[in-house]
Design a protein around this ligand. Structure first.
Ligand SMILES: [Zn+2]
Length: 320
């Protein structure tokens, strides 16, 4: 009797379910959806709170220990048809550059150290929209409407035409002080920058890194395409004839020290100083000099600032 009652009850329930199968199915799906999504978000919250921080720190540590590739590392071993089509970058010594440009003695003497009159109307007042102070970094890519004219230092070696006079003045002063400067790659076009950057990412990925990690490491060593001062012709990479690779040791050479001390007199700053990586996101580059104009360069250098800090102080000062 009891068994019969149970059987009838189960049959009734089953029949009920079968006739309402769609409604129950959607109910079950809804319940499943909520359970799954809440367990995901719970897990996410827990991970963010506890595990993510040490993981990120560990990853950063791992990435920091990866040897840095420079441009030379990704030039070897490639059939360089890709880069051959681009204008290659010349390297010229000071003597070669100055010889060709008919430097008239006395012509640039007036622009020598201390001559801060040029381009500055009100001493100590800087305009945030001054082209010389344009901030280019990972957070501030080159504005799409940025235009400038290229001027020739020598051969295919070019920079913003407006800074040529100060470039030559600095080179002449360096020569006078017996410095054997060598300028390389002042202006890089976007294609070349992009090719080198992508090669570095590939090289890191071949060592087993994920794309994201490879991108992070590559962007520590070179500027991310679209975020380089070289592309707007305001940066010079300068080394010396006795030390002609772009490595940190250049900072200890006579020429490296001369540039760090005197380049500001001609409107240049050491753009990526030591111990300021946390601001610039770029490792110390004792060879990379950025034109900002003489007056700003003096203020930035004398105060041991970065361009980021200087621009920030201008923004703060203008109340913007
Ligand atoms: Zn550079």
């Amino acid at each position: 009797m009891l068994v019969a009652a149970i059987v009838i009850f189960v049959c009734a329930v089953l029949h009920h379910f079968r006739s309402n199968v769609l409604r129950y199915a959607s109910l079950v799906m809804t319940v499943v959806f909520f359970v799954v999504s809440s367990s995901f978000s719970l897990r996410g919250v827990r991970q963010t709170a506890a595990a993510a921080v040490p993981e990120a720190a560990k990853a950063a540590q791992d990435l920091a220990s990866v040897p840095v590739l420079d441009d030379a590392d990704v030039l070897d071993g490639y059939e360089d048809t890709e880069l051959d089509n681009m204008e290659d970058i010349d390297t010229f010594s000071l003597d070669e550059i100055l010889a060709e440009n008919n430097m008239e003695d006395g012509n640039l003497e007036e622009e020598a150290p201390g001559g801060l009159d040029e381009g500055v109307s009100d001493a100590g007042v800087f305009a945030i929209d001054d082209w010389r102070l344009v901030l280019i970094n990972k957070q501030h890519p080159i504005p799409e409407d940025y235009t400038f004219e290229l001027g020739t230092i020598k051969g295919s070696m070019k920079c913003d035409a407006r800074i040529l006079e100060d470039v030559f003045a600095m080179l002449q002063a360096a020569q006078k002080d017996g410095m054997k400067l060598v300028i390389c790659s002042p202006y890089r076009d976007l294609n070349r920058q992009t090719v080198l950057f992508e090669r570095k990412i590939k090289a890191y990925m071949r060592r087993g890194m994920t794309y994201m990690d490879a991108y992070k490491v590559a962007s520590q060593a070179v500027t991310v395409p679209g975020a380089s001062e070289h592309q707007i012709g305001l940066a010079l990479d300068i080394v010396s004839s006795s030390y002609n690779n772009l490595t940190k040791g250049f900072g200890n050479t006579r020429e490296g020290k001369w540039l760090a001390e005197h380049s500001c007199e001609y409107g240049f700053i050491l753009r990526y100083p030591q111990d300021k990586e946390y601001i610039t996101s770029i490792e110390y580059e004792p060879w990379h000099f950025r034109y900002v104009g003489r007056e700003a360069a003096m203020v930035i250098t004398e105060n041991g600032m970065t361009l980021e800090e200087f621009v920030d102080s201008l923004i703060a000062g203008s109340g913007r």
